[in-house]
Write a protein that binds this ligand. Structure first.
Ligand SMILES: Cc1ncc(C[n+]2csc(CCOP(=O)(O)OP(=O)(O)O)c2C)c(N)n1
Ligand SMILES: [Mg+2]
Length: 454
């Protein structure tokens, strides 16, 4: 167990006597929550579980600090490095801020906004950075990367200074590394030292807690708000490149065959919830469409599996999130493929009466793979069409009320019914399998290779 979990976790433990369990649990919690957070596994063997002890609790978690040589992080930034960063920011004509998940976890979204406003710099979100700040803020460019917005990606191509917070320059953000960044200088604020200079060479590295750094930058009196008129004019050009085309599709709401478009469903969900609810996605086209079209307003309201994402994660994640944040409305949104990978979690919802709203965006395909087949494999749809079960019968078997929506006119009502229902509710939407998530930076390509429209 410990061996197989090692590459998947931040740390693994296996106490070999009952006396070690207490200390191990404390150390595991400390490691999980300190620095860059991450999963830690404690495997307590069965024979150790059966041992007896009279050892009493004697740790104070507030003052507890384990003896962990090599496990070191410093939350406080170096003032000289901050000064160097501010100098670069003040000099830059075309800066861009990249907001990563570290901004969400350090609850620094408000300071990110303040800093961006004070310095007059546009900001873009990584997939995991979404919901750190309102995505419709005037300085926001939306998501960056493989399925990022035209404006975020074009700005990243043409910037002279990347100011990145709590992110790791994943390949889904950078595209082909050799083509990334051009002559742009890079400021990298990151708590995990192993991420600094890993993928992208930095001009100024600030190895500290993103929250602490943004707290300083939001109030830094040395920062000059330059007008950067040419840069912002250019950004408006990027913004308008496909805006009209997208709006037309959203307004039409259906594809050529009259089936629902996911971007229309997500836009209606966003409007009805005013972008304030908790959104838990699965992995696939619907995930990228949520990332692109949900108007995130609430801090830490977006939960998803990034990198090579894990299909099936949405339902169990949503259950955990609802238990942790019972007062907020939680939407679990899956594709027909991913939903069936953890469908048994409906049992947990039934057993514990958990109020999770389930939206199933059923396009009859492993849609994201189909998209690659459409764009890069001459439309050879091998292994992607789904022969799906009767999802209504499944919901019924678990005692979960269910609606099926095939018409655009019924989308908003169905979402509203689910939202207002007390308890779990499921809505299945029949979606157009030919919908493609664009823009797209092809895997292995540079951001300049972005496919913008069909
Ligand atoms: C467990 C797992 N298996 C395979 C993949 C590769 N994969 C990524 S997206 C996708 C298709 C997802 O299909 P669906 O859940 O129907 O969502 P859609 O793309 O149609 O919205 C696949 C197979 C993955 N990410 N995770
Ligand atoms: Mg699908």
């Amino acid at each position: 167990m410990v061996g197989v979990m090692m590459p998947l976790t931040k740390q693994t433990y296996m106490p070999l006597t009952v006396g070690e369990i207490e200390e191990t649990i404390h150390e595991a919690m400390y490691v999980a929550l300190t620095g860059r957070g991450g999963p830690v596994i404690v495997d307590i063997p069965k024979d150790i579980q059966l041992q007896e002890t009279d050892r009493m609790y004697h740790f104070d978690p507030k003052t507890y600090e384990p003896d962990l040589p090599g496990f070191f992080y410093s939350p406080v930034p170096d003032r000289d490095q901050i000064r160097n960063a501010v100098e670069l920011i003040n000099r830059s004509e075309r800066p861009i801020i990249l907001c990563g998940h570290g901004v969400v976890t350090s609850n620094a979204g408000l300071n990110l906004q303040k800093f961006a406003e004070r310095a007059h710099v546009p900001f873009a979100f990584t997939l995991h950075g979404l919901s750190a700040a309102p995505v419709d803020h005037p300085l926001s460019l939306g998501m960056v990367g493989m399925h990022g917005t035209v404006e975020a990606n074009r700005a990243l191509l043409n910037t002279d200074l990347i100011i990145s917070f709590g992110m790791r320059f994943d390949d889904r953000v950078t595209g082909k590394l050799e083509d990334f960044g051009g002559d742009a200088k890079v400021i990298h604020v990151e708590i995990d030292p192993s991420e600094i200079d890993k993928n992208v060479k930095t001009s100024v590295a600030i190895n500290a807690d993103t929250g602490e750094v943004l707290n300083l930058l939001a109030r830094d009196l040395e920062i000059v708000a330059k007008p950067r008129r040419i840069w912002f004019e250019q950004i408006e050009v990027y913004r308008s490149e496909i805006a009209e085309e997208l709006q037309k599709e959203i307004d039409a709401g259906v594809g050529r065959e009259g089936q629902l478009l996911m971007k229309s469903i997500v836009t209606q969900l966003s409007d009805l919830t005013e972008g304030k609810d908790i959104i838990v996605s699965d992995v696939g086209q619907h995930q990228m469409i949520l990332a692109r079209f949900y108007n995130f307003q609430t801090a830490n309201s977006w939960f998803t599996s990034g990198g090579a994402g894990t299909m099936g994660c949405s339902l169990p994640m949503a259950i955990g999130i609802k238990l942790a944040r019972p007062k907020e409305r939680v939407w679990s949104i899956s594709g027909d493929g991913g939903f069936q990978m953890n469908i048994q979690e409906l049992g947990a919802i039934m057993e514990h009466d958990i109020d999770v709203k389930i939206l199933l965006l059923n396009n009859g395909y492993l849609g994201m793979v189909r998209q690659w087949q459409t764009l890069f494999y001459d439309g050879r749809y091998a292994g992607t069409p789904m022969k799906n079960p009767d999802f209504g019968a499944i919901a019924g078997a678990y005692g979960i009320p269910y609606l099926k929506v095939t018409e655009l006119a019924r989308v908003a009502d169905a979402i509203k019914t689910a939202a207002e229902h007390k308890g779990a509710f499921m809505v299945e939407f029949l979606c157009d399998p030919s919908e493609i998530v664009l823009p797209m930076v092809p895997a292995g390509g540079g951001i300049a290779d972005m496919i913008v429209s069909k």
